[in-house]
Design a protein around this ligand. Structure first.
Ligand code: ADP
Ligand code: LRH
Length: 490
C-alpha cells in the first residue's frame, strides 16, 4: 500500500513542498514546489525600519504548492519553519504590525536589559535555552518597549507554522517543539513559564497550551477546499520547528554520534533523554530544545551557511553554491580564519566587508577573491564544529565516534570532507531533505503507519544514500591551525 503525505518545509533561504510516499519500509520523495524565502526591510508607521518576513507571500506559495500536488491522493499535510519568530493576532484575528525577522537589529543589546529584570542563570535554569539575542523573549521585550500597544491589543501569540496552520484550518494552537525555542517555556513543567511572563509583563492569556508533534490540528477549511479543489485534507503538526523535524530523520539508531543539521544555520549537538542545564552547559551556551517523542536536543547554533549565502548574494548570484565550492577548493588552505559565531556576522551591512575587516583586525591575510572568501568560511565552520564537539564531549561525557550531517549543506562535499579532516571523526552525509522527511515521518506515525521513532529512522536509513567521509589530513596541519582558531575566540 502506498501512503502519501505532503511536507511543507520553509527554511530561512527557501521553502518547498515535498510529497512523500511510504511503501513497505521505504519512503520516496517528489518535490512539488520550491520558492525563495528572504528578509526585506520595511518601514512602519512610526518610521522604524525592520527586517521582515513576507508571510502573505509564503502563504500564497503554500497554496500554489498544495494546488500543484495531487491533493486528493494525499492523506495529510504538515508545516515546519525556522523557529523563534511569531505573529500577534488582534480580536479580529488580524496580524498586528509587520512580522519581524529574528535577524532584525531591534534586539541588539536587549538581552542585557532583560537580565536586569531576571538573571541569566534564572532564565537558563527555567528554560534550558541558549542565549541568542533573537530569542522570542527578547523580541517580545523589544515590542513592549517600541510598540506597547501591540501587546495590549494582542489576543493570540502564534509562531510562524502555528499561524499557517491557523490560516489553513481556522484552529489556533502552539506546537511544543517550536514553543520551547522562545525561551519563555519551562523545561521542567513543559508549559509556558508564568513567572517569566509576569516579570516581563507579557500577557499570559495570548498563549495556548502546547500541542505535541503528531497532533491533528484539523481539517482544511471549507472555503479552501473549494478553491483548491480538495475533498478532504488533514493538517497535522509535525515538529513544527524545522530543526526538530530534521533530527527525526537522522539515519541511524546508534547513540555514539553528534549531528549537524546544516542549512542557513549549522545546528550541532546530540539527542538526549533529559535536558542538561548544568553550569558548564550555561557557560558554553548550549540549548535544550524540545524534540518529537520526548527527546531533547542538546545543541548549539553555529552561524552556518548563512555566511556563504550572504557572500553569494553580494556577488549578485553570479556563482551558484556548487561553483563557490569549486572556487574554494582551488585556493590555498588555512590562509585566514574567522570566528563564525561572532555576532558581527548575524546581519552585517556587507558580509564580504565584515569578513575582510575581521581578517584585517586579526592580522591575517585578507581574502579577496570569491574562492578565498568561500574557503575562509568553510574552514572556519569546520574548526567551529571541532570546538563544539569538544564542548559537547566535555559537558555530556558521551562517547562521540561519528558525525551525521543532514540538510541542504550535505551538498557541500568539500565542507563534509573538511569536517572529517578537522574533527578527526568519520562523517556521514545525508539526507539532504532531512527536515521534510522528518516532517513526513511524524505524520505517518500520527496516522498509524509507522510505530515509533526507531522504526522511522530505520526507514530513512533504508531509503536514502548516505555518503561516508574519512579523515585525511595530517594531525600537525590541523593542530597548528586549531591553535590559531582558538586564539580568535579570545
Ligand atoms: P534552509 O532550510 O535553512 O533554508 P537548506 O537546508 O535548504 O537551508 O540549505 C541551504 C544551503 O545548502 C545553502 O546555503 C548552501 O550553502 C547549501 N547548498 C545548496 N545547494 C548546494 C550545492 N549545489 N552545493 C553546495 N552547497 C549547496
Ligand atoms: C534553523 C532554525 C534554528 C533556529 C533559527 C532561528 O532554521 O530554526 O534552529 O535557532 O532557525
Amino acid at each position: 500500500m502506498e501512503i502519501r503525505s505532503l511536507a511543507i518545509d520553509i527554511g530561512a533561504s527557501s521553502g518547498r513542498l515535498i510529497q512523500g510516499t511510504l511503501e513497505d519500509d521505504m519512503i520516496s520523495l517528489e518535490e512539488i514546489h520550491r520558492f525563495k524565502n528572504q528578509i526585506t526591510n520595511k518601514r512602519d508607521q512610526k518610521g522604524n525600519e525592520h527586517a521582515c518576513w513576507e508571510l502573505d507571500k509564503l502563504y500564497n506559495e503554500i497554496l500554489v504548492g498544495i494546488k500543484k500536488s495531487k491533493s486528493n491522493d494525499i492523506e495529510s499535510i504538515g508545516i515546519d519553519t525556522w523557529a523563534v519568530d511569531f505573529v500577534l493576532l488582534n480580536s479580529a484575528n488580524e496580524v498586528i504590525g509587520d512580522t519581524v525577522s529574528y535577524r532584525c537589529h531591534r534586539t541588539d543589546r536587549v538581552m542585557e536589559e532583560v537580565f536586569d529584570i531576571i538573571s541569566k542563570e534564572e532564565i537558563y535554569n527555567k528554560t534550558g535555552i541558549q542565549f541568542l539575542q533573537f530569542n522570542t523573549i527578547y523580541q517580545l521585550y523589544a515590542v513592549k518597549k517600541s510598540d506597547p500597544e501591540y501587546l495590549e491589543e494582542a489576543k493570540s501569540f502564534l509562531m510562524v507554522p502555528d499561524y499557517f496552520n491557523y490560516l489553513l484550518t481556522g484552529k489556533k494552537s502552539n506546537e511544543y517543539t517550536n514553543a520551547t525555542s522562545t525561551q519563555l517555556f519551562n523545561v521542567s513543567t513543559k508549559s509556558w513559564d508564568q513567572e517569566i511572563l509576569k516579570q516581563l509583563d507579557i500577557p499570559s492569556s495570548i498563549f495556548n497550551d502546547p500541542v505535541k508533534p503528531g497532533t491533528v490540528i484539523g481539517e482544511i477549511k471549507d472555503e479552501l477546499k473549494e478553491s483548491l479543489d480538495i475533498e478532504e485534507l488533514k493538517v497535522i503538526a509535525p515538529a513544527t520547528h524545522d530543526t526538530g523535524s530534521s533530527i527525526v530523520a537522522v539515519p541511524t539508531n546508534s547513540a555514539d554520534y553528534a549531528y549537524i543539521s546544516s542549512g542557513t544555520w549549522s545546528l550541532m549537538g546530540v539527542e538526549t533523554k533529559k535536558p542538561i542545564c548544568t553550569k558548564k552547559a550555561l557557560e558554553y551556551n548550549f540549548t535544550n530544545e524540545g524534540g518529537a517523542y520526548e527527546t531533547n536536543r542538546f545543541l548549539k547554533n553555529i552561524m552556518g551557511l548563512w555566511l556563504i549565502q550572504e557572500v553569494k548574494k553580494e556577488l549578485n548570484d553570479q556563482y551558484d553554491f556548487g561553483e563557490l565550492v569549486e572556487l574554494a577548493k582551488e585556493e590555498q588552505a588555512f590562509n585566514s580564519l574567522i570566528n563564525p559565531n561572532d555576532s558581527r556576522f548575524l546581519n552585517p551591512e556587507s558580509m564580504i566587508a565584515e569578513i575582510k575587516k575581521y581578517c584585517q583586525e586579526t592580522e591575517q591575510v585578507v581574502p579577496q577573491k570569491p574562492g578565498e572568501l568561500a574557503r575562509c568560511i568553510f574552514e572556519s565552520l569546520a574548526f567551529q564544529y571541532k570546538q563544539v564537539l569538544e564542548e559537547l564531549t566535555e559537558v555530556t561525557t558521551k562517547e562521540i565516534n561519528k558525525i551525521h550531517i543532514i540538510g541542504g549543506g550535505v551538498q557541500n562535499e568539500f565542507l563534509n570532507q573538511l569536517t572529517a579532516d578537522i574533527t578527526g571523526l568519520e562523517v556521514y552525509a545525508g539526507p539532504i531533505e532531512a527536515t521534510a522527511i522528518g516532517n513526513l515521518l511524524v505524520q505517518y506515525i500520527a496516522l498509524g503507519y509507522i510505530d515509533s521513532l526507531e522504526e522511522a529512522r530505520e526507514i530513512v536509513s533504508n531509503s536514502f544514500t548516505i555518503k561516508n567521509y574519512t579523515p585525511n589530513l595530517s594531525l600537525e596541519e590541523v593542530e597548528n591551525n586549531w591553535i590559531k582558531f582558538k586564539e580568535l575566540q579570545n
